[in-house]
Design a binder for this molecule. Sequence first.
Ligand code: HXC
Length: 512
Amino acid sequence: MTKFEILQDKLEQAREGGGAHRVDKQHEKGKLTARERVHLLLDPGSFEEVGALVTHRTTDFDMQDQVFYGDGVVTGYGTITGRLVYVFAQDFTVFGGSLSETHAEKICKLMDMAVKTGAPLIGLNDSGGARIQEGVRSLGGYADIFYRNVQASGVIPQLSAIMGPCAGGAVYSPAMTDFTIMVEHTSYMFVTGPNVVKTVTNEEVTSEELGGASTHSTKSGVTHLTAANDVLCLKQLRALLSYLPQNCEEKPADLPYTLGTEVREELLGIVPENPNQPYDMREVIRGIIDPESFLEIHDRYAENIVVGFARLAGKSIGIIANQPYSLAGVLDVDSSKKAARFTRTCDCFNVPLLVLVDVPGFLPGTDQEWNGIITNGAKLLYALSEATVPRVTVITRKAYGGAYDVMNSKHIGADFNFAWPGAEIAVMGAKGASEIIFRREIKKAEDPAAKLAEKEAEYGEKFANPYRAAQRGFIDEVIYPQDTRRKLIRAFASLEGKVTVLPKKKHGNIPL
Ligand code: HXC
């Protein structure tokens, strides 16, 4: 063979992965191969592979006789809509995509390159975990990746797709990245699998129930997004990236947009007259943002708060919004954690925040108190107080009690706070307030119910409106709903050059 033929032969072997029959097995499971995934993820023809000829160094268990080029992971760089990204895709056809010392080295090399060049890193996970034949060298490899995940956190966007098994300590790399997306029915994540669970706790549970996409998108919140199959998963990754910048020094790219009147009549009439009647805050979001631009994150987890990315006049923004449709939009443990995490993600990647408020307060009860609503509610308060990106609030209806403070009030550093005319900014609702402060009067009255109604109306007139807050400057402007989009476009435009200087410190101590 000539030297060129030798090279061609090796590259062909690398492309084959674990061989044709293993590729077929992957397809039978409804999964694409690592290379197919990389090519679908990236712009056509843009992939440059790095380390295709790497092999493992193990000789235990006669492993020297089982050598595959690439060693179970395809690594390299390419572009997504012209933007440089680094990508690794674990190749399940080679030792079940298990992580050897050299497999880990390939990923680490890529992570170092991504940080050096300030470009996002995307990991496509499909692996049986630590390469069992390599013992501690494999565990060390994982730790090398974990360490780099943390060093890169807040510097470059790190996105993880789970497209097959992801078990044991392996779950902690995706968990430390900015976003995780799971493919339905073909992926799962758990620290200990069903067999160990059965041995230790006697619970019988399937892999899907324990750690499938449905479980992690509804019960645990471990995954931010789910996709019906590999193709849609890769498409979602591309979409997600479009809202994020290359790194923490840059802003997300704008889409072209020509300003019009920006009045949106559909925003009138979404909030019902009756303050106890729910409505869908997503309708308000859709009325404000550019058409079809909402990418909701964690859409089935802690549904009493809605978070996601959108575009406003072509610019990427993050939205946090109480959802009156679910638990009346109350703040609880899970919704506070969800919104706090999203706040920090937006803040580290220079995505301005829009907060839409309709919140009756924090959820009462032993369940909430014993699960730490104090610490968890504080996470959201802390994250918003700390965020230096442009921050704008619109109160659509209720802003009661401590939740008024927490939901991006002026007092914790919001830049512009607007309220719709029907907003009620008060310590609590008129009924609850009247029952407490006029208790004696109501008790003594001939008709206590009529008295309560009278007092409720009196209190409502005085406090259940946005004007007291506007008089104090806590609300910058009371606006008509149909003008909201126009006001927000201008407010965010005015904040483009915002600079905030924080006190010098090593790092804050968010109540984790
Ligand atoms: C080496 C592995 C492997 C592993 C799978 N393979 N996992 N080889 N190390 N961890 C090999 C199999 O031997 C098999 O090789 C091929 O990959 C495909 O695996 P199958 O079992 O045929 O596939 P499937 O039926 O789809 O099952 C997938 C699986 C199962 C559920 C992932 O392979 C499995 O349970 N693997 C072990 C998982 C595990 O316990 N990993 C360690 C977790 S602890 P052949 O040649 O037969 O086709 C861990 C610690 C990390 O990861 C700590 C970090 C701090």
